[in-house]
Design a protein around this ligand. Structure first.
Ligand code: DAT
Ligand code: MG
Length: 149
């Protein structure tokens, strides 16, 4: 089973969307195997978004992502990287399809509510940035016999 890193960004927390977003992940059949609410440290945010360090929006992205509490998760399931990107919708919410989190709850690319890793390699890197091994729970969900063929 594949793992991915998911974040409800500070705008999602402030707007009371944590439950809605967690619910969508759970109902899809994906399993939450780690979860934490905290204010991400600046150095952690810069490491997380390292690939964007040279982009003009990088300073405002770091300021925003560290501006208040966010919820970090490790999510596991079949093709979870691809599935979570689809659940989140397009980066620019204007382009995000209705039914996706961004397509239902966001309008501005700089306030797009959620993050999910864009590849299995990025997922492994991001999970290691945000969680220790001991914070990740290995367990079966009782509905897995119905979810998977
Ligand atoms: P994603 O979050 O879909 O993986 P990304 O990795 O390209 O998208 O960018 C990371 C975040 O940076 C994105 O969620 C919002 C912000 N961002 C991206 N492009 C931006 C832009 N042109 N202007 C402002 N913020 C932007
Ligand atoms: Mg990205």
């Amino acid at each position: 089973m594949e793992q991915t890193y998911v974040m409800v960004k500070p705008d999602g927390v402030q707007r009371g969307l944590v439950g809605e977003i967690v619910s969508r992940i759970e109902k899809r059949g994906l399993k939450i195997i780690a979860m934490r609410l905290n204010v991400i440290a600046e150095a952690t945010a810069k490491e997380h978004y390292g690939e964007h360090a040279e982009r003009p929006f990088f300073p405002s992205l770091i300021e925003f992502i560290t501006s208040g509490p966010s919820v970090s998760m490790v999510v596991e399931g079949k093709d979870s990287v691809k599935v979570m990107r689809a659940v989140n919708g397009a980066t620019n919410p204007v382009e995000a399809a209705p039914g996706t989190i961004r397509g239902d709850f966001a309008l501005d690319v700089g306030r797009n509510v959620v993050h999910a890793s864009d590849s299995p390699e990025a997922a492994a890197r991001e999970i290691a940035i945000h969680f220790k091994d001991s914070e990740i729970a290995v367990y079966s969900r009782i509905d897995e016999v119905c979810l998977y063929e």
